[in-house]
Structures are given as structure tokens and as C-alpha cells.
Ligand binder design. Structure first.
Ligand code: SF4
Length: 496
């Protein structure tokens, strides 16, 4: 899963300094990949800066004339949870949340989000809403002669103007509400996680969503939420056709899916019909190839279903992307998890294998299992050894991506071609002393945090301040146990 949002409280100057420091101190294994990531990460930071500046500038009204009926403009529902490759996609919700919602490790929909199917009318209305907002932006000269990041600066005034017009006309103006009411005693880490959800976006959110998609080229669309394969092929075809007719630049449609749905609920003809309608790729949360791990985690799917589902998707002409979760077997099933996952990858031969290292979230059933002594978390080194087993054991052609902040190492490339390079990265890490492994982890996690949020919240900044020096961060005086706690604190707020 993946979510995007603006950081509410960046300590910007300090954070930029930390980012430079973390980059300078970053060590042997990352290198050029980190530099590329930093450049990439700077983009959303700029967007945030522009948004802040313009918020002040746009206290007054924007003065514009448009042929679009402003009163009719409304926000539309977007998919907060989506794969990282779909971060800049146009998204539409065809269902809401996850009907299964029982995986022990998964925090995503555990706080009261209820599954529902949306009617065709509702979805088509959202497509119309997105189209109207896209048209309005163009009428306002946004994207002319081309879309740029500075276009974000025009959105607050634009949204404000629409709301004023609607209010004057006596219309009920929709503003954002929290996705779920969290009780006052909720774990702060969980509250942080849930603050990402945007169940009912505002007009400005919807405008920004369309603009982000336009800025990225306007070619991709994600249809959510958790399992698009439960939809009837005719339903999906109608939606995809409508989106194509309204947004002809879109070339790729993707969904999340469950392998069990592909294996048991959908015929090959169904899946072929979905592919013929324009669906291109399915992202499966495979997590593990071990049936014991899947059963313990209450995944509701077997390794046989994983293989059958992936093969069926590929046979239908769809691209198959799977997520696997290093660490999911805990200490007890670590090796089995690694070898069995490699076995399933070899049998299923997905086009993409994406790594999502296990992070145990508060108030999940897995956290309870941890507290009850039913599950023992793998240390980072053991998780990296799992990766070594998996990568050594995969013999089919596939692409490996470490596109999640939960991962310690940057492993991007193709198998089998890049196996040697992957193993070198892994072995370089494993050869570090225990102390240097911790420093490596600290640097990597801090880098990811700064990249994800563009800054540090006050409490993390305070925690790090004893180690800040003019020339950078010096963690040499930081005892191991404190360093571990700092790493844990940073990791706990990274979005997977
Ligand atoms: S199927 Fe996916 S979204 Fe649903 S509970 Fe499991 S991991 Fe979470």
C-alpha cells in the first residue's frame, strides 16, 4: 500500500539541513541511488513550499470568468491507498475499503472503515466531477502552455472561488471530514497513520489530484480500493470506457486484487473481458509463499491460490505485480518464509516483485500476537538474510523493486541479470559491524523519512538535537539502545 499527503508541520530549514547531512553521511551501499531519490523527493517539497506561499497570497478572491457552471463543481472520491507507481495517477473508487479486512499485519482498514460497493451511477458521477475540474483548470489557463508545479499555487484561490459561488447560491458546501473518529486514547502512531486517510476530499484536494495526474503526463489511472477483481467485468468495462472517453490520454489502468478472487471467483473469460476493456495490471498482496505464514497471518489465501491467481492473470493478458513482505514469518518461520516465497515466485513468474518489509502497527491483531508471545519479530539483519535466500532462490525472469520506505536496502533491477549486484549490496550490509549496521539503518530510515515527509515533526527533531553539530549529525555518542529507539521511532512513522 502507499499513500501520499503533505506534511502538516515541516521544520523545513532544519530538515533540509538534515537531508543534506544524511545524504553526506550515507554510506557504501546506497550511493548514487540515494542521490537520485533525494532529487525525486525534492519535488514534493517544492510543491509544499509553493502551497504555503500561495495560501498567504490568496487571501483575496481570484477574479475569473468561466463557462463552467461553478455551482455544479464538486469533489470526487480518490483512492488514498494505492501502489507507489500510482501515486500520480488519476484514481476512482469503485468500491470502498476491504471486504476481507482480516489480515493480522494490516492496519489499513482496521479503524472502522466499512466495505461497500459503489453504484455505477456514483462512479460515473465522480468521473464527471473529475472531468469538470480538469476542464475548469484549463479554462483558467492552468497547464497552458504546459502544466508546471507552479500551477498548484492557483488551486487554493480557485477552490475558494467555487465555494464562495456555491455558498452564495445557498448550496451545501462539502468540506473534508475525518475518515474515522479516533478515540482520544488511540496510540499516537496509529493516529499518525490515520491522519493520512482522505476519505472525503475537499474541492482543493480533488483539483490537486487532477493536477498531479496532469503533471505526471496524464496517462495512468488506478481503480480502487482493495480488490478490483470482485467487480463484474461489465461494470469494470463500463467504467473504463467512460474514463477513456472523458480522459483519452490515459493508457494504463490498474487495480489491487486478491489472488483468491482471481483463482476462485473469476473465470479466465472474465479476466480476459477485463483485459479487453482496458485493464492492464493487477497488484496482488502475496506477502508470503509459506502456507503456515499465510494461515498465521489470516491472509485468507493459500500459496496454491497465489500461484493460480497470478498465472490466470497473466494468461488473460494482464501484467502481474506482487508484493512480498520480508519479516512476515517472524523469527520462527523466517527461513521457511524466504524459501517458500521464492518457490511461489518461481511458479507464478510475476512480472514484478515488490518488497514491503513487515512493520508491526499498533492495535493490529499482529501487535497483540507480539504482546502475547505468539510472534517474535525478526531483527533487521535476519530480514536481510531472508532477502538473500529469496533472491538466490528466484530463477524466473522478473523485476525486483524496493519501492517502499519500509525497506532497508535499495534493490532495484531485473532477475536473474542483476542477482550478483543484489547479493553484493546485501553482503556489503551483512559485513558491517553491529554498530555500523545501526548507523546504516539510522541514515537510511532518516533519509526515507525526510523524503516521505519533507521534514521532521517537532518531537523527532527534539530527539535528534543532542546529536546535531554544525557539520552534521554525529551519532557516535549515542548509545546503542537509544540509537535503536530512535530508529524505531523513525520507522514507526514511515508509510510502507
Ligand atoms: S486483503 Fe489487503 S487490504 Fe485487506 S486486510 Fe488483507 S492486506 Fe489489508
Amino acid at each position: 500500500m502507499s499513500v501520499r499527503r503533505s506534511l502538516p508541520n515541516p521544520v523545513r530549514a532544519q530538515s533540509e539541513r538534515l537531508m543534506r547531512i544524511a545524504d553526506r553521511h550515507h554510506n557504501i551501499v546506497k550511493g548514487p541511488v540515494v542521490i537520485a531519490l533525494v532529487i525525486w523527493y525534492l519535488v514534493p517539497m517544492d510543491i509544499r513550499k509553493i502551497r504555503l506561499e500561495i495560501k498567504q497570497r490568496h487571501q483575496g478572491r481570484m477574479n475569473f470568468m468561466t463557462s463552467t457552471d461553478l455551482i455544479a463543481l464538486e469533489p470526487f472520491e480518490i483512492c488514498t491507498i494505492r501502489p507507489p507507481t500510482e501515486n500520480a495517477s488519476l484514481t476512482f473508487r469503485l468500491t470502498r475499503n476491504c471486504y476481507w479486512n482480516k489480515c493480522r499485519f494490516c492496519p489499513v482498514y482496521k479503524m472502522g472503515a466499512v466495505f461497500s460497493r459503489r453504484s455505477l451511477d456514483e462512479v460515473l458521477r465522480d468521473i464527471e466531477r473529475a472531468k469538470a475540474l480538469d476542464d475548469l483548470m484549463r479554462e483558467q489557463g492552468i497547464g497552458s502552455p504546459k502544466y508546471t508545479q507552479s500551477d498548484y499555487s492557483k488551486l487554493p484561490g480557485l477552490a475558494d472561488e467555487i465555494l464562495q459561488v456555491a455558498k452564495k447560491a445557498g448550496h451545501d458546501v462539502q468540506t473534508r471530514r475525518a475518515a474515522a473518529e479516533l478515540s482520544a486514547d488511540v496510540d499516537p502512531r496509529l493516529a499518525w497513520f490515520f491522519s493520512w486517510f482522505n476519505d472525503q476530499p475537499s474541492l482543493q484536494d480533488s483539483l490537486a489530484h487532477v493536477l498531479t495526474w496532469r503533471l505526471a503526463g496524464g496517462e495512468t489511472c488506478f481503480l480502487g480500493d482493495a480488490d478490483g477483481l470482485i467487480l463484474k467485468p461489465e461494470f469494470l468495462a463500463t467504467v473504463v470506457n467512460e474514463i477513456k472517453s472523458r480522459f483519452p490520454s490515459i493508457k494504463r489502468f490498474t487495480v489491487y486484487g486478491r489472488t483468491r478472487t482471481a483463482a476462485r471467483q473469476r473465470s479466465l473469460a472474465d479476466l480476459r473481458a477485463m483485459a479487453a476493456a482496458g485493464l492492464n495490471r493487477v497488484h496482488f498482496g502475496v506477502e508470503s509463499g509459506s502456507d503456515r505464514v499465510l494461515a498465521f497471518m489470516n491472509k485468507g489465501e493459500s500459496s496454491a491460490e497465489h500461484v493460480e491467481g497470478c498465472l490466470k492473470i497473466k494468461e488473460a493478458g494482464l501484467s502481474c505485480s506482487v508484493y512480498i513482505m520480508p519479516g512476515l514469518g517472524g523469527t520462527e518461520l523466517s527461513e521457511e518464509h524466504a524459501t517458500e516465497t521464492a518457490r511461489v515466485i518461481n511458479a507464478a513468474a510475476p512480472d514484478f516483485v515488490r518488497l514491503r518489509t513487515l512493520e508491526i502497527f499498533p492495535q493490529t491483531p499482529l501487535e497483540k500476537a507480539l504482546k502475547d508471545g505468539e510472534f517474535e519479530e525478526c531483527p533487521e539483519e535476519q530480514i536481510i538474510r531472508e532477502l538473500r535466500i529469496m533472491i538466490s532462490g528466484i530463477h524466473v525472469k522478473t523485476e525486483l523493486l524496493s519501492d517502499s520506505a519500509s525497506n532497508l536496502l535499495d534493490l532495484y533491477g531485473k532477475l536473474p541479470e542483476d542477482r550478483g549486484r543484489f547479493l553484493k549490496i546485501i553482503d556489503d550490509y551483512l559485513a558491517l559491524s553491529d554498530r555500523n549496521k545501526r548507523i546504516f539503518s539510522f541514515n537510511a530510515r532518516l533519509q526515507s523519512f525526510l523524503g516521505q515527509y519533507g521534514g521532521l515533526p517537532e518531537d523527532l527533531y527534539e530527539t535528534l538535537s543532542p546529536y546535531l553539530r554544525e557539520e552534521g549529525i554525529d551519532m557516535r555518542s549515542c548509545p546503542d539502545d537509544i540509537l535503536e529507539n530512535i530508529i524505531r521511532a523513525i520507522r514507526s512513522r514511515l508509510m510502507p
